[in-house]
Design a protein around this ligand. Structure first.
Ligand code: SF4
Length: 304
């Protein structure tokens, strides 16, 4: 039987129905501030680099519209990712607005764009809601981090992380997770590194496997409807980001609501122009990154 493109998306190569998530309530709304970044990391799963405009700068008006809609839907937090959010010229205003309504999380490489705005950032402590930063530290070894991110950037990121912490902001880190690593050993090395800038408490470490560049099509097992109930329980299915979050992305001069933070390189995951509409749409788990969520419980969410 010949399948059209839509059917091909709904069924695996063996003609079995693909697994899906039917979103429930919108708890987290993410905003993609744009793929322009001051760094040029060769592994970036967003393909971000200086001047990149695959995803355009979000504007204050864009964000205002979606904040209003998200509040009506009962959203609990706003999160911001890029690119480097502080490269977006509108970002401080955007963040100041969001902090009037809900706690916010900002993902950052914690280098010059943030360092230059530290005074303004510190003023945001006076806002009604808390601000948290997640800093990218790819490896606890400065040499390995800098091989990927550029010389001197480990020191800048770590110093800035320590400054944010001392200023009273909550912090976490995002790190790469290699397939053959001994995670407990690597985690311990991070704890020692964080102590050097005065972070003694256990902080959240979000670990990301290899996600490949945008548009890549690595081979991964396909997820069927049957897999979703045979291998996962109800709680595990609820934990999928696409169940409780969405991401606003500006492309080609308009904003679209994407299923989650990991699939903005595939138009099938643009679920339309409104959050309400997007939350009603079934998310088909056909992106290769969906397999990380299925097999490892990968998530950008910190759940707090
Ligand atoms: S990458 Fe994960 S969260 Fe995103 S659509 Fe796929 S399964 Fe859902």
């Amino acid at each position: 039987m010949k399948m059209n493109n839509c059917d091909a998306w709904l069924f695996t190569s063996r003609n079995e129905p693909r697994g899906y998530i039917q979103p429930q309530t919108l708890e987290e709304l993410w905003f993609h501030t744009g793929t322009n970044c001051n760094l040029r990391c060769p592994f970036c799963f967003e393909g971000s680099k200086p001047g990149d405009s695959r995803i355009e700068f979000l504007t204050l008006d864009d964000v205002r519209t979606f904040i209003d809609e998200a509040l009506d839907l009962g959203v609990k937090t706003f999160s911001f990712t890029g690119g480097e959010p502080f490269v977006n010229p509108n970002f401080l205003e955007i963040l100041a607005l969001a902090l009037e309504y809900r706690p916010c999380l900002v993902l950052t490489n914690a280098t010059e764009p943030l360092m230059k705005r530290m005074v303004d950032v510190q003023r945001l402590r006076d806002k009604p809601h808390a601000l948290k930063f997640r800093v990218s530290l790819d490896d606890p070894d400065p040499v390995k981090h800098d091989e990927l991110r550029g010389k001197g950037n480990f020191s800048k990121a770590l110093t800035t992380l320590g400054m944010l912490y001392k200023a009273g902001f909550s912090v976490s880190i995002a790190r790469r997770m290699l397939a053959d690593e001994e995670s407990a050993v690597v985690d311990k090395a991070y704890v020692q590194t964080l102590r050097t800038v005065g972070i003694e408490e256990d902080i959240t470490m979000i670990k990301f496997p290899e996600f490949h560049l945008p548009g890549s099509l690595p081979h991964v097992p396909e997820i069927t409807e049957n897999c979703m109930t045979r291998h996962l329980n109800a709680q595990q299915r609820e934990n999928f980001m696409c169940n409780f979050s969405k991401m606003v992305v500006r492309k080609d001069g308009r904003c679209g609501v994407y299923a989650c933070t990991l699939v903005d390189d595939n138009k099938s995951y643009d679920l339309g122009a409104t959050l309400k509409g997007a939350m009603q749409k079934r998310v088909i788990l056909g992106h290769h990154r969906c397999y990380s969520c299925f097999a490892c419980g990968t998530s950008c969410s910190e759940g707090d």
